[in-house]
Design a protein around this ligand. Structure first.
Ligand SMILES: Nc1ncnc2c1ncn2[C@@H]1O[C@H](COP(=O)(O)OP(=O)(O)OP(=O)(O)O)[C@@H](O)[C@H]1O
Ligand SMILES: [Mg+2]
Length: 266
């Protein structure tokens, strides 16, 4: 009897992250699918047996403690971490083994890193041009950058200033803008709110909302600020020790007492 109860408990735990559950959360025909991914660095496996699905124009937020492997998931997707096994499919195409430059150029996947990647001694516009470094000609990168400036007049107004004088929020906006120069369909964004004060965080999340709801971009984000990330995202995944331990709608996770205790401060 006790054994049966225990096995039911285990079934429930497994079911919480079963592929069928992830499929239900994402809805039909997800644009990004990860299946049984094992990834890490050198010989060290960090991410274990991760599957993930997200539909086009939707957002998924990964939350979890420091060192859980959240950034490694994004690195593996982009080609910056080693993939031991598993597959990644984007828009119907197997991109598991694609080089990072082809991820950006061919698979139209953009990546905004967790750590500050603004070139402080370059101007705002020079930083933006860098986002088009894979294009055949500098003039094409400049044209693409102009299309991005049209969306962000705040950056446009400061285009000739050195990036180092921007506020934290403006720097984050510049990094997102730079990733948009190649017009990606899907964006990976690691800790959009990192190091920002509340008003800047709101501005960055408004920017992400417009990308998702206004322009149909698919977003996969990692957020230390779990409350903010889960309030924003359609779907939330909780990663602990490299494994997916819980998945639900953003709201379900916000309402989950375990998540509240672990990540939301009560
Ligand atoms: N480039 C790397 N080379 C080797 N090990 C790495 C590298 N990047 C991360 N790691 C290791 O992988 C593990 C997971 O790190 P990761 O950065 O994915 O966690 P995280 O969940 O994003 O944490 P944080 O919330 O601190 O950003 C850690 O043990 C880390 O030391
Ligand atoms: Mg990280």
């Amino acid at each position: 009897m006790a054994r049966r109860a225990k096995s039911r408990e285990q079934d429930k735990a497994t079911d919480a992250v079963s592929i069928a559950h992830l499929d239900r959360l994402a809805g039909p025909a997800p644009v990004l699918g990860i299946d049984h991914l094992h990834a890490g660095y050198g010989r060290m496996e960090v991410v274990r047996d991760l599957s993930l699905r997200v539909a086009k124009g939707k957002s998924l937020c990964l939350v979890g403690p420091n060192g859980a492997g959240k950034s490694t998931v994004l690195n593996a997707l982009y080609g910056f971490a080693r993939i031991f096994s598993g597959t990644i499919t984007l828009a119907g195409r197997d991109i598991t083994k694609l080089e990072p430059s082809d991820k950006l150029k061919v698979a139209r996947l953009g990546y905004v890193l967790q750590k500050d990647s603004v070139f402080p001694d370059m101007t705002v516009e020079e930083n933006l041009w860098m986002g088009g470094y894979l294009l055949e000609r500098a003039s094409l990168a400049k044209e693409a950058a102009e299309r991005v400036f049209e969306h962000y007049p705040k950056l446009q107004a400061r285009r000739r200033e050195k990036a180092r004088v921007l506020s934290g929020g403006e720097r984050r906006l510049l990094e997102i803008s730079r990733a948009l120069v190649m017009d990606p369909e899907m964006l990976l964004i690691d800790e959009p709110s990192i190091g920002l004060e509340p008003r800047a965080i709101d501005m960055i999340f408004d920017t992400l909302r417009e990308l998702r709801d206004g322009r149909g971009k698919t977003l996969l984000l990692v957020e230390q600020n779990a409350r903010k990330g889960l309030s924003f995202a359609d779907i939330g995944y909780v990663l602990v020790g490299g494994r997916l331990v819980k998945a639900g709608t953003g709201q379900e996770l916000l309402d989950d007492p375990d998540i509240g205790r672990l990540f939301l401060g009560g």
